[in-house]
Design a protein around this ligand. Structure first.
Ligand SMILES: O=C(O)CCC(=O)C(=O)O
Length: 282
């Protein structure tokens, strides 16, 4: 029988783990690349497969006509009728008491940036529990289009509101701080979101940016790979972006798993407050 010394078997173990690790890494990279070209987004293989399974399931459960969701389905986003200003004023004044409060809100951003003390955003989570009146932003129009998109009823997956501050110097371009780099969310591709302006938003306030489904596909074709690797797509991304500017209460319904999107850069002395509600089919 072949006897091996403990150190030889440890080294063999290490070497084989390294080889398997390399093979697995390459396989994952190839699968992700295939998923980008097959599905036309960068949400990741898992998000697309989960979404595809859900879509198949929805086909058998459909109980609402789907016509009202034609624009959302073909473009990937749609601006809807704004929420009443009086309602928004009341939501905003409740939110204003929470956004700087250490208990009601928390720092919002990527772990690496936050650990370096680079915090330019705060978030109030579970917004509808903290401000029940905020549920009025899911207007009848929002509900009708989300229902039409799924052909079924929907559930709310999460509600929050956040403030994004100005980011000085080159940091905004060079570092993933909050959602400032172009990306697709890695959630099932059936999920939808509304973004509702919690203030009047102009270009100076760093509006939400989004690309249509078709332009997302094109950005990938010309080299977009992920948040940190844009290939030669940067000019295209910025030229094609729809920027959600408009009065307080403006609503943008989007599929942020299928459409590339990012936060805009707020000018000095500017910030931007926005509400997000996530939807999934039932
Ligand atoms: O704050 C923004 O405009 C970006 C939001 C975003 O990227 C997201 O919710 O996935």
């Amino acid at each position: 029988m072949l006897q091996t010394t403990p150190s030889l078997s440890r080294n063999v173990g290490k070497a084989s783990r390294a080889v398997y690790g390399k093979i697995a890494g390459t396989a994952i990279r190839l699968a992700e690349r295939a998923s980008r070209t097959t599905f036309g987004n960068v949400a990741g293989l898992r998000s697309n497969l989960d979404g595809a399974v859900e879509e198949a399931r929805l086909r058998f459960r459909r109980r609402y006509p789907t016509d009202a969701a034609k624009t959302l389905r073909s473009i990937g986003y749609q601006a809807l009728t704004p929420v009443d200003r009086g309602v928004m004023e009341r939501i905003r004044s409740a939110y204003a008491t929470m956004i700087d409060d250490e208990i009601m809100s928390r720092p919002n951003g990527h772990g690496v940036a936050l650990r370096q003390g680079l915090c330019f955003s705060r978030i109030v989570e579970d917004l509808f529990e903290k401000i029940p009146e905020a549920s009025a932003i899911v207007t009848d129009e929002v509900a009708a289009i989300v229902r039409a998109y799924y052909g079924t009823d929907f559930k709310i997956q999460g509600t929050s509101a956040w403030r994004i501050q100005h980011v000085p110097g080159d940091l905004f371009q060079n570092m993933d701080l909050f959602s400032n780099r172009w990306h697709c969310d890695n959630r099932p591709t059936t999920w939808l979101k509304i973004f509702v302006h919690l203030q009047d938003i102009s270009d100076a306030d760093g509006p939400f940016h989004v690309l249509s489904l078709q332009d997302t596909r094109q950005a990938i074709k010309i080299g977009f790979a992920n948040r940190t690797s844009y290939g030669s797509s940067l000019e295209f991304l910025n030229a094609k972006a729809y920027r959600s500017v408009g009065p307080m209460g403006s609503i943008l319904l989007t599929n942020t798993t299928r459409c590339l999107h990012r936060a805009g850069l707020a000018a000095e002395d500017h910030s931007r407050d926005m509400i997000e509600v996530k939807f999934a089919p039932v």
